[in-house]
Ligand binder design. Structure first.
Ligand SMILES: [Zn+2]
Length: 215
């Protein structure tokens, strides 16, 4: 398989030769049996960009699993994977637990459940979404997104209702693409110069929008 990308440039830096393949979305969000046995989507990458920032990936994996875990079929595997991630990564664990506070969550019908809130570093979340966006741009157009283009990530919680409705209309008008057996869905539209919008959904639950701007 490596041969396939011999004359291909890394789709992230656009400078070095692609010698590796990078999973888009990161394969860490899947339980181990998926990572080894299934044919998950990949894009060509150089080894530097491929190994880039594993702490961001680990934190992203936890974030996605926390938001989607209770709705997924393999809940036990999801919890195991999360526990292992925290167990094996002390820096991440101490960062997360240093922010923990106790509180109550409304589970509907006025039922309050005691929960622990933990703080995430949204910069890492954004970093990974930006990388996925570049990967999806290449997947769709087979072109490398220029380094002169910046990607803005809009978390659903940051959108007011007007913007949400507007984004929903844009997204409804676009064609849906599925990757990794339907666990990851995206819609996008780009102009020739790489400016455009992307909507992504993980495990039919967690949705995020990204758009590109010249920088
Ligand atoms: Zn690279």
């Amino acid at each position: 398989m490596r041969k396939k990308y011999k004359s291909q440039l890394c789709i992230y830096c656009g400078v070095r030769e692609a010698t590796d393949r990078d999973h888009i979305p990161p394969k860490g969000i899947y339980p181990p049996q998926w990572r080894n046995n299934r044919n998950l989507h990949k894009v060509p990458s150089c080894s530097d960009c491929h190994q880039y920032d594993s702490i961001a990936d680990e934190e992203f994996k936890l974030y996605i699993n926390i938001w989607t875990g209770e709705f997924r079929e393999n809940q036990d595997d999801v919890i195991d994977t999360m526990a292992r991630t925290i167990g094996e990564n002390q820096r991440l664990a101490s960062q997360i637990f240093s922010t923990a506070t106790r509180g109550y969550a409304d589970r509907g019908r006025g039922i309050l459940e005691p929960v622990v809130y933990i703080g995430f570093n949204y910069e890492n979340y954004r970093k990974v979404i930006k990388r996925i966006s570049r990967g999806l741009y290449w997947t769709e157009t087979k072109k490398i997104m220029s380094s002169k283009i910046d990607i803005r990530v809009v978390h659903p919680y940051e959108m007011n209702n007007y913007l949400k409705r507007y984004m929903q209309n844009v997204m409804n008008s676009l064609e849906k693409h599925e990757l990794n057996y339907g666990t990851f869905v995206y819609k996008c539209c780009f102009s020739d110069n790489g400016l455009g919008i992307l909507g992504m959904q993980f495990f039919s639950r967690h949705t995020v929008i990204a758009y590109t701007v010249p920088c």
